[in-house]
Ligand binder design. Sequence first.
Ligand code: CTP
Ligand code: MG
Length: 248
Amino acid sequence: MSDESRPHRTAAVIPAAGRGVRLGPGAPKALRAIGGTPMLIHAIRAMARSRAVSLVVVVAPSDGAAEVRRLVDEHTLPDRTEILVVPGGETRQDSVRAGLAALPADITSVLIHDAARPLVPVDTVDSVVEAVRDGSPAVVPALPLADTVKEVEPGEPGEAEPVVATPERARLRAVQTPQGFDLATLVRAHEAIAVNGEGATDDAGMVEQLGITVMVVPGHEEAFKVTRPLDLVLAEAVLARRRATDAY
Ligand code: CTP
Ligand code: MG
C-alpha cells in the first residue's frame, strides 16, 4: 500500500512511570491529584479529547501497572478511546520504548505526551497531529522564552558557575508535549539510540540525531509541565478557572 492510500491511525503514548522527585515526597507524580482528579486522568482526557486519537497507551510505574489500570477503569473516559496500560522502565526513554512496543500494527503516527502536562488544550494536540498528517515526520509544540538563557560550566549545587555562552533568546524555544511522529521514524530513533545515563528526556532530540528535521508549531502556556511544588499551585488555579468558565 502506498503512503497516500494507507489510512492514518494515531495513538498517544503517555509516559507516567516517573517518581516525581522534584515535586517532593508523596505518591508517584502522575497519580497526584489536581482538582481532586489524578494528573494522569487529566492527561488521558486531554489526548482523548482529540478526534484523531483512538488509542492511548499509558506507561505506568513498573510496580504499579495494576493500580493504574484500576484507576483508569474507575474514571469516565470517552468510549471511543481504547486505553492500554503497560509497565515502564528506569528512564523516560525506556518508558517511551515500552509504550511504543505495545502499539498495534495499524498505527501510523504517534503522540508522546508527558503525564506531567495534564492541562494541554485540545487545539495544541490537534495542531501537532495535523502537522504530522501533513507530512512532517517529527513535530513539537514550543513557546518563546521569557528568561534569557546562559550556558555555564556546571559546578557544585549552590556554587557560583562561570558563563560559557549566551544564546540569542529570540532563536530559542521551550519545548512541550505532545510531540508527534511518524511512527516508523520514532521507532527507528529508539532502535538506533541506546539509553545513556538518565536517557533522552526529549523524543524529538532522538529523531534529530538521525539527521531528520523536526518542526516546531506554537505551544500553549497551559501545556506547562508540573515539575516543582509551585507548578501544582498553578495547575490548581488553571483548572479552577476552567471549571468556573467552561463547565470543564
Ligand atoms: N517518566 C517515565 N518513566 C521514567 C521517568 C519519567 O515515564 N522512568 C515520565 C514521567 O512520569 C513524566 C514524564 O516522563 O510524565 C516527564 O518526566 P519528568 O517531568 O521528569 O517526571 P519525573 O521523572 O517523574 O520527575 P522527576 O524528574 O522530578 O523525578
Ligand atoms: Mg524526570
